[in-house]
Design a protein around this ligand. Structure first.
Ligand code: URA
Length: 214
């Protein structure tokens, strides 16, 4: 459990979601040399852009300890961020690859890896506290890019909106308040790209839009 008052991330022993804590304990036994802990956000709190993913992938962020690092989704995300100037360096799918985010921070709606990549509604709601606190500690935040519906819904809730207030649609922009706009994107998962729900040009458009908004 976390002792600080408004924690921006769960600590490595977080037991708030019993199912995720049990999964984590089992993964620590199965993969003892891997990260296997709540994955911290990547990037500076002073950034204007926050990207919110779903949850760490088992063999991606859960293994490496950095969001979107080590699985397919990260290949598309980081190459796009480099293309649009939101990251510099080379992405080598390792947390020590030296890649730096520029005016951008990346976090997940759920910080621990869920079984089958599917967090329960109760787990999303429990982890919402950390997302709220994270958003509250970004003084320059102007834009959030939500990757997928779970992220979109979590971001709406974090801002105190009803889910009916803003409908998820790829490339839709929603004014969350006077300061912050939300842009929706389909998640850059292997499934979405292999089914062509999301193509590389469609994903690039999201960050072109983001760049133009900042
Ligand atoms: N890795 C992450 O960190 N988040 C996702 O949503 C997918 C992969």
């Amino acid at each position: 459990m976390n002792k600080s008052q408004n924690p921006i991330s769960p600590d490595n022993t977080c037991q708030l979601c019993p199912r995720l804590a049990e999964f984590r304990a089992n993964n620590r036994v199965k993969f003892p040399d891997k990260f296997n802990a709540p994955v911290p956000s990547f990037g500076s709190k002073d950034a204007e852009l926050l990207i919110v993913g779903l949850a760490p992938g088992l063999k991606g962020a859960n293994f490496s300890g950095r969001p979107f690092t080590g699985d397919f989704a990260g290949e598309l995300l980081y190459s796009t961020l480099i293309k649009y100037g939101f990251a510099t360096g080379e992405f080598k799918a390792r947390p020590d690859d030296g890649l730096k985010l520029v005016n951008c921070q990346i976090t997940n709606a759920v910080r621990c890896v869920p079984p089958e990549n599917k967090p329960l509604g109760s787990e999303i709601n429990t982890c919402l506290e950390f997302l709220k606190n994270k958003i509250a500690t970004m003084p320059n935040l102007k834009l959030i890019v939500s990757l997928g519906l779970v992220s979109h819904n979590a971001v709406l809730k974090a801002h105190g909106h009803k889910l009916s207030a803003f409908k998820f649609a790829h490339k839709a922009a929603h004014e969350l308040n006077d300061d912050v706009t939300l842009i929706d994107s389909y998640h850059c998962s292997k499934y979405n790209t292999s089914t062509k729900r999301l193509t590389e040009p469609m994903f690039h458009e999201i960050f072109e839009l983001a760049k133009n908004k900042l």
